[in-house]
Design a protein around this ligand. Sequence first.
Ligand code: KG4
Ligand code: ZN
Length: 354
Amino acid sequence: MKILSIETSCDETGISILEVKGKKKPVFKVLANSINSQIKIHAPYGGVFPALAKREHQKNLPILLERTLKKAKIKTTFPRHPIDLIAVTSGPGLEPALWTGIVFAKEFSKKWNVPIVPVNHMEGHILSVFAKDKNAFSIPKIEFPILSLLVSGGHTELVLIKDWQKYQIIGETLDDAAGEAFDKVARMLGLPYPGGPEISRLAEEKRKKNDLFSFSLPRPMLYTKNFNFSFSGLKTAVLYLIKKIGPLNEKAKMEIACEFENAVIETLVYKTKKAIEKYGAKTVIVAGGVSANKYLKKELKKITGSKQKLLFPEKELSTDNSIMIGIAGYFKFIKKNKKNTRASKIKAEGGLRL
Ligand code: KG4
Ligand code: ZN
């Protein structure tokens, strides 16, 4: 079957066409994948501006669809078309942005008379670790329970997965998401949006120098007896530190970036380790934009050893994309025994949980 998948939850407009062959062990092949990033448009605001995101998605969706169909060498002469299913992100995310994808999906579901399946964006991120942009792929045999650390611009969650599609959030951020904290601190340091890669680059430079730190930052909630996180206090601590230091030179920026990254990663890794131990996780899935962070990868490798399989997405698929939405949509569709979700019932749910 061929799946058209659509992602518009934040600032990336994504459309892909996946081909799925075989029932018992489905093999996925990405026939075409298009992504249009709005990073440059939102950069002056230091974060995503919802009304602007909506406008950009609306403008880009028809153009991307045409381009994606062409790339996949698919011809659609109404009413003929080869698409069997449409998968669309219904949440969590920015509601005005989510609606653009949903309205677009509904329009084509009606025009082409194909079922439509709403997808949880976070489930997409979890499955993104199996996706390959260029080659065919299938979901390998996984040992449960899985512990998933989801770290993006909007979320920081630890999810326990006892079986596919059975998700339990065991901990989450009480305020800012990890990626959001990276972006906000980057802004304080005068670095461009998105801040994660910029902070990470400066932090690496500081680590290479191997010289001492002249200050330290807090590790919020490190020793609380739960799996929750909090990054807003850390962000405020950076703000006070910057005020205290005065005008920042390159050396000071590097040091702040590095100590900030150390504080975030130490907290993420410590709580992940505790959760692995408590739930006896056999597999660890790390996904979302922040999973591209090299230091996070390195530190997680240290705590997982040979007892757990540690999975990350390919770098290009760690940030938002529609391939992951197509995979999650396929499994949801199959599980529902192909019973269609009524298109009219699908709505944007900004706060949708796993
Ligand atoms: O998953 P994603 O593309 O979008 C959301 O669903 O939020 O994640 C984007 C977030 C941004 O906050 C960005 O700064 C962060 O991921 N990010 C990173 C790195 N690359 C992207 N954070 C830390 N280190 C990185 N290398
Ligand atoms: Zn995301």
